[in-house]
Design a protein around this ligand. Structure first.
Ligand SMILES: [Zn+2]
Ligand SMILES: [Zn+2]
Length: 315
């Protein structure tokens, strides 16, 4: 099993890696067998393709779907839970998700709010562009269909959840989703950091915790002093604090770019969007949510003034 890069046995946690860390590939899936069957952290997504990926992974591990008894969801995004309806056709495990992501898990239309799509539409109202943007349709077009869960149980900060021989501490880590959680296993030092730590920062929006939430979440993760970090996208990091610091650095680099642009004089929201993101295709989504998250933080830090759409450095 260890020679195949698609799978890993990490101190007893079995990982089914996605083919690529890039969106819209499914998230990595974590499998924990026990004497009753097995549990999973996240189930992946990407419609039929994602389901086949999951099933071939379970086959490789010698497990059968009907023996799945518990699912923990790191957050309610399609690459982490899109495969859920396929699973529910065969078996009805307990499904746990943080209370702040329950609504999106049961009614995915709610993701429009946690991704701040209304805010992005407002920014584009005068141009008339993107006014009919539908986030679920967007996910669907990328082949990463979002699906609803049926019955879920709530998790909360500080809960300790036993899966097999592991005791996972639930850490609420917003920024990317309001109820995004990371899981820390003290005995083994393993940290499952979800989408927060990987090759590049995850999307962030004010309603999901914003930049301030994201940075505070990274601090919380760092304080755990984990010895191994397994991200939801990408490969295992054996120096967790270095990986966490790299993402923090990238977030703060974005802030520095915006500050640099403002040093040249007042800017509009869209000018800052263009200053940070070269590719116009992401200006609407996720660009608007990310820019607004930075502006909220800069305002809180007393660095900028906003007057209508005129944003300037505080003198
Ligand atoms: Zn996500
Ligand atoms: Zn993800």
């Amino acid at each position: 099993m260890t020679s195949d890069k698609r799978y890993a046995d990490v101190r007893g946690i079995l990982v089914i890696f996605a083919e690529s860390h890039l969106w819209p590939n499914p998230a990595n899936i974590f499998v924990i067998p026990d004497d009753r069957g097995f549990s999973m952290v996240d189930v992946g997504g990407r419609g039929e393709l994602g389901y086949r990926h999951l099933m071939s992974g379970l086959r490789h591990l010698g497990l059968k779907l009907p023996d799945l008894h518990t699912v923990l969801l790191s957050h309610a995004h399609p690459d982490h839970m899109g495969a859920i309806p396929y699973i529910l056709e065969e078996v009805h495990p307990r499904v746990l998700i943080h209370s702040l992501d329950v609504e999106s898990a049961l009614n995915p239309v709610h993701l429009h709010y946690t991704f701040d799509i209304p805010l992005a539409k407002e920014k584009y109202a005068s141009s008339g562009e993107h006014q009919d943007f539908d986030l679920l349709h967007f996910f669907d077009e990328f082949g990463c269909l979002m699906s609803a869960a049926e019955d879920v149980e709530e998790m909360h900060e500080g809960d300790v959840i036993g899966l097999g021989n592991f005791e996972f501490e639930v850490i609420l880590t917003p920024g990317h989703a309001p109820g995004h959680i990371s899981l820390f296993e003290k005995r083994t030092g393993i940290l499952l950091a979800g989408d927060l730590v990987g090759n590049s920062p995850a999307w962030y929006t004010p309603s999901s915790g914003g930049l301030t939430g994201y940075l505070a979440s990274l601090d919380k993760l760092e304080a755990k002093n984990a010895s191994l970090l397994i991200p939801s996208h990408g490969t295992i990091l054996d120096n967790p604090s270095q990986g966490i610091d790299r993402i923090r650095g990238k977030l703060l680099k974005r802030e520095a770019i915006l500050m640099e642009a403002l040093k040249d004089g007042p800017k509009s929201f869209m000018e800052l969007n263009a200053a940070l993101f070269r590719h116009e295709i992401i200006h609407f989504f996720p660009g608007c949510g990310i820019i607004e998250s930075h502006l909220v933080k800069l305002e809180q830090d007393g660095m900028i003034d906003r007057n209508g759409d005129v944003i300037r450095l505080k003198s």
